[in-house]
Design a protein around this ligand. Structure first.
Ligand SMILES: C[S@@+](CC[C@H](N)C(=O)[O-])C[C@H]1O[C@@H](n2cnc3c(N)ncnc32)[C@H](O)[C@@H]1O
Length: 359
């Protein structure tokens, strides 16, 4: 049952209370929301980080930035919203002088607004062009892939990114019926390819997921951004990721587990040769999922999985934890007094200490 107070297309943020707890949001903290969407999580972070809190919001979709700007108007002095792809996270943070931070959030996938817009081509239930780009500045659309890939390439893509067992039949039908221009045309071809065999989900679900992942290079960008995010977190900063399908969650789980390990030498290696040092500590070993009540109010939350880890910085000759903490506290209180985006010189000192700790 949908929440009757919500228009069908509005995006209802998922696991909001759990996200704020996982990020350990505190007054005066600095946060990055890498997937701003309609700004639901961002509003909750900004509200909890008063006074002095700041948020850098990133979204690849210019429409999302417009919507979030209106929603976050009350916090305009504390927010910086940018239309960028999170794959460029370090460049964005350097450009806007926004590191180290207390927490970074990824709420992956699409917003209900994107899914509910026929013109964007993400939904197999609404007729529209086969587009599926997060940003109009991207070159490759879903139509390009559908109409130019070979049968084998399509089958591989649908199998790998959609985990679709009927990938070969679907690819064969696609190639025979090309050119394919619209979402409903493609959905009907897939239905015919699987001969009405229906499981719990619509037969086009997995193929549409595969196309969207390929068009936006979602998995590659996630892997890159996770690695970069860790380096932007200050001491004990939190990394929180909400994923919606097993391919994303596997990447997040393996990344956090790997980064939480000391030695990563192959089993049986007599003595450690990798020299790997943990950069993260798992805050919760188990995945955090929405409650039955949340799923009932917002069915789109049903597949959500939240994982959280905390930055550990291995001490070296340059890094003095006490000094960092004192500088960090000083920075935070000076910013609270300064209010807004006037960056006190003390931040530069914090960045210097932080940069030294990461060498
Ligand atoms: C599930 S929505 C986020 C909803 C948001 N947390 C809220 O409360 O409204 C995911 C958003 O991430 C954006 N997104 C997905 N991949 C991205 C990427 N690589 N870079 C930047 N934004 C991305 C999408 O455009 C979408 O707006």
């Amino acid at each position: 049952m949908m929440n009757p107070a919500m228009p069908a297309s509005a995006h209802v943020p998922v696991l909001v209370k759990e996200t704020i707890e996982a990020l350990a949001v505190r007054p005066g903290g600095r946060y990055i929301d890498c997937t701003l969407g309609s700004g639901g999580h961002a509003a909750a972070i900004l509200n909890r980080s008063l006074l002095g809190g700041q948020l850098l919001g990133i979204d690849a979709d210019p429409e999302a930035i417009k919507i979030a700007k209106t929603r976050l108007e009350a916090y305009r002095n504390a927010t910086l919203l940018v239309n960028e792809n999170f794959v460029d996270l370090p460049d964005i943070c350097i450009k806007y002088d926004f590191f180290p931070v207390h927490g970074i959030l990824f709420d992956l996938g699409l917003s209900s607004l994107q899914l509910g817009s026929s013109a964007r081509g993400f939904s197999f239930q609404l007729d529209g062009p086969l587009d599926m780009r997060l940003s109009p500045s991207q070159e490759i659309t879903a139509a390009d892939i559908i109409n130019t890939y070979s049968k084998a390439e399509l089958a591989h893509l649908i199998r790998t990114y959609g985990e679709e067992t009927n990938s070969h039949q679907i690819a064969r039908h696609i190639v025979t019926e090309r050119p394919i221009k619209t979402t409903l045309q493609l959905a009907k071809i897939i239905e015919r390819a699987v001969k009405g065999r229906r499981g719990k989900i619509h037969p086009a679900t997995r193929t549409f997921q595969a196309l969207r992942i390929a068009v936006n290079q979602e998995l590659e960008h996630l892997e890159t951004a996770l690695k970069q995010a860790v380096n932007l977190l200050g001491f004990e900063g939190r990394l929180v990721v909400i994923s919606y399908h097993s391919l994303e969650d596997r990447i997040v789980k393996q990344f956090m587990q790997q980064e939480a390990k000391g030695c990563i030498c192959p089993p049986g290696t007599p003595a450690c040769v990798c020299g790997h040092k943990p950069s993260l500590k798992l805050v919760s070993k188990k995945v955090i999922a929405p409650s039955p009540t949340e799923v009932q109010l917002n069915p789109r939350s049903r597949s959500a999985k939240l994982r959280v880890a905390e930055r550990t910085i291995t001490h070296n000759e340059y890094f003095n934890e006490e000094y960092y903490k004192t500088t960090e506290r000083l920075c935070s209180s000076t910013e609270i007094e300064a209010v807004g985006w006037r960056r006190p010189a003390i931040l530069k000192e914090l960045q210097r200490v932080f940069a030294a700790s990461c060498t």
